[in-house]
Write a protein that binds this ligand. Structure first.
Ligand SMILES: Nc1nc2c(ncn2[C@@H]2O[C@H](COP(=O)(O)OP(=O)(O)O)[C@@H](O)[C@H]2O)c(=O)[nH]1
Ligand SMILES: [Mg+2]
Ligand SMILES: [Zn+2]
Length: 303
């Protein structure tokens, strides 16, 4: 346990108290009650704020499941799902993909195809079609989220708040009034909200994230593309870049068609993006340290 004030008014944006953090409250304290300590986080869900400033923003803490909501009303964007998955894995929890608005895909064969497509982009991840309208899959999802803390992620308009209401069994979250045909939607949910579910578990609804930047998510990216990383272990050179090296198992899998080219391209893209962010962050941290030393210099000299 730690009760340092630095945790409450931190310089590091990742130490800001956040939805999902646990606090020890003094039961004998007066009114308002005093927080005695914040419990250390088990996991945290972080994205980078904007492309200009290289800062992490913590979205949720102590997440056991990241529920990635993807609307079946819009065309599937596997690249975007992979990006959410990378963040989900990196947060330390188990990701789950829910394909929302399944009532809009009445043909079971078409739905099965869509699920399969998403499964190729999500090894080790459960892909669950759900509909808040028909109730399909909601009980399964309720069971998944009944243990621990879950965070709902996905674009604005994906149906997160509607799903949160279905799981809560009450209209607690505000849902977008206008039907969202292009999947872009407006941001109705502006704050993060924590719900205690009747079937057990805690659910955090997030505002629609139009862009999710990776934040130091190399492990997460690796987990999204676990089949590529596994193939890479069979390459002749252990530092193989899978570009033109002889004996490359990844290129061999591309050639024989067992690895889709889209997957390899997406893997490279997310890895590159992540490396850029890490490099930028390192530069920012170095600059901050230099500034601190400059400020500290004269004072130290006076002493
Ligand atoms: N057909 C259908 N529409 C849905 C379903 N769930 C949500 N919607 C609609 O999708 C829109 C966006 O929903 P909302 O929950 O606000 O999305 P959020 O931005 O991800 O929280 C609303 O107009 C909902 O009525 C569903 O299961 N089926
Ligand atoms: Mg919402
Ligand atoms: Zn290789």
């Amino acid at each position: 346990m730690r009760a340092d004030t630095e945790f409450v008014t931190p310089r590091d944006p990742l130490k800001v108290i956040c939805t999902g953090d646990w606090a020890a409250v003094d039961p004998d304290g007066g009114d308002p009650r005093y927080v005695r300590a914040y419990l250390p986080r088990r996991t945290s869900f972080v994205r980078s704020t904007s492309s200009k400033r290289s800062e992490g923003q913590i979205l949720a803490a102590n997440v056991d499941h990241s529920i990635i909501a993807v609307s079946l009303a819009a065309e599937l964007d596997l690249g975007r799902i992979e990006r959410f998955l990378a963040l989900g894995w990196e947060s330390g929890g188990q990701p789950v993909v829910v394909l929302t608005k399944a009532d809009l895909v009445p043909d079971p064969a078409t739905l099965a195809h869509l699920v399969e497509d998403v499964e190729t982009a999500a090894p080790g991840v459960r892909v669950l079609p759900v509909s808040a309208t028909s109730g399909e899959g909601v009980d399964v999802l309720a069971a998944v989220v009944s243990g621990g803390t879950s965070v709902l992620l996905g674009q604005s308009g994906a149906g997160k708040s509607t799903l949160a209401n279905a799981l809560a069994g009450a209209d607690v979250m505000e849902v977008q009034a206008i039907r969202d045909v292009d999947g872009k939607g407006r941001h109705t949910t502006t704050t993060r909200n924590l719900l205690v579910l009747p079937a057990g578990g805690v659910l955090i609804d997030t505002p629609g994230l139009r862009g999710v930047g990776l934040w130091d998510a190399e492990t997460g990216v690796g987990q999204v593309f676990s089949e590529i990383e596994e193939l890479g272990e069979g390459c002749r050179f252990h530092d193989c870049a899978h570009v033109s090296e002889p004996g490359c198992a990844v290129l061999a899998a591309l050639d024989d068609g067992s690895l889709p080219e889209r997957r390899l391209d997406s893997y490279r893209k997310l890895m590159r993006e992540n490396q850029r962010i890490v490099a930028k962050t390192d530069a920012r941290v170095r600059a901050e340290l230099r500034r601190e030393w400059r400020l500290r210099g004269p004072r130290a000299r006076r002493r």
